[in-house]
Design a protein around this ligand. Structure first.
Ligand code: RIB
Ligand code: CA
Length: 305
């Protein structure tokens, strides 16, 4: 398939909302995936990697190389999120086998690809272990990456503890290394993603489209919505919202900020502290979006894939 649009390297831990993000990216001519790197997070690395292969194949991206990355957090992994994504990471939805993972380690791919692709967008939608190891091995790689977008953090609290969001909480040391680097990422926190939740009616309409992508995506989203029903927030497609910053930037309001990660071993561990008034911003934060337009466009893209 001819490559069009912005070159995107996706670092992910599929994961149901990661799966929706991969499908959205494959359906969007504004971007082209030059590679997918996987990391332990929602489920273990073997599972996130197999899931990335299968979802990419489902969406017509069998040719996209998938590079397995780090199997655990820098200081050892807290529990995965199987209660939200299912033990298989895809809510029990069975997909056909995809291609084979690459032999090259994900961190090596993250170090190599920026030197080969002009103006690369790195979109990270899982724990930041791979990015931190990349930056530790070669800090200068930050200067070869055009833009970095990260799904993570919560200004007004977390989703795995009152203080911390899952991706940051899984590896706070990695997140701290990323925000202390020269990457200067765009952070897409829970405060933003919560604005673009979908509910049964949206999922049922997608299921009614009847294609293999629509049936699989809606089946995964059913599982996720049931798992988080008690929160009363709907199905928040965190990772697809983050990727959309690169597909439809005009839908988002992004502001410079200084972002700091709490790495103490206590109840605050993994909190993201954001200062919009800092004179020394180290990144920016997506603070608002046109949610109805985003969810309508997401539906259209998934329905046409
Ligand atoms: O907190 C939401 C994030 O954690 C998403 O990326 C989800 O896939 C999980 O990784
Ligand atoms: Ca994820």
């Amino acid at each position: 398939m001819a490559k069009t649009g912005k070159s995107v390297l996706l670092d992910c831990d599929p994961g149901i909302d990661d799966a929706v993000a991969i499908l959205l990216g494959l359906a969007s001519p504004e971007i082209s995936f030059v590679g997918i790197t996987t990391v332990a997070g929602n489920v273990d690395l073997g599972c996130t990697t197999e899931n990335a292969l299968r979802v990419a194949a489902l969406g017509g991206g069998l040719d996209i190389p998938v590079y397995p990355g780090c199997p655990k957090a820098i200081l050892g992994a807290p529990p995965p999120a199987a209660h939200v994504h299912g033990n298989d990471g895809l809510g029990g939805v069975r997909l056909e086998p995809g291609g084979m993972a690459q032999a090259e380690h994900g961190v090596q791919a993250l170090l190599r690809i920026p030197g080969e692709v002009e103006d690369l967008s790195l979109v990270a939608i899982g724990p930041l272990t791979n990015l931190a190891v990349m930056l530790t091995q070669e800090p200068e790689v930050a200067g070869r990456i055009g833009r970095t977008v990260i799904m993570g953090g919560g200004i007004d609290g977390g989703n795995v503890t009152p203080a911390a969001e899952f991706n940051i909480h899984f590896d706070p040391e990695a997140a701290r290394a990323v925000f202390e680097s020269r990457l200067r990422p765009v952070l897409v926190p829970l405060d933003l993603t919560r604005k673009a939740a979908v509910y049964e009616d949206w999922i049922d309409r997608l299921r009614a489209v009847g294609t293999p992508v629509a049936r699989s995506a809606s089946g995964m989203m059913d599982f996720y919505l049931e798992a988080v029903r008690h929160r009363g927030l709907g199905m928040i497609i965190h990772d697809a919202t983050a990727l959309a910053v690169e597909i439809w930037p005009e839908l988002f309001d992004v502001r410079p900020a200084r972002i700091q990660i709490v790495t103490d071993h206590g109840p605050e561990r993994g909190r993201t502290r954001v200062d919009f008034d800092s004179s020394e911003p180290n990144g920016s934060v997506a603070v608002d979006l046109d949610a109805p337009t985003f969810t309508a466009r997401l539906f259209e893209r998934l329905a046409l894939l």
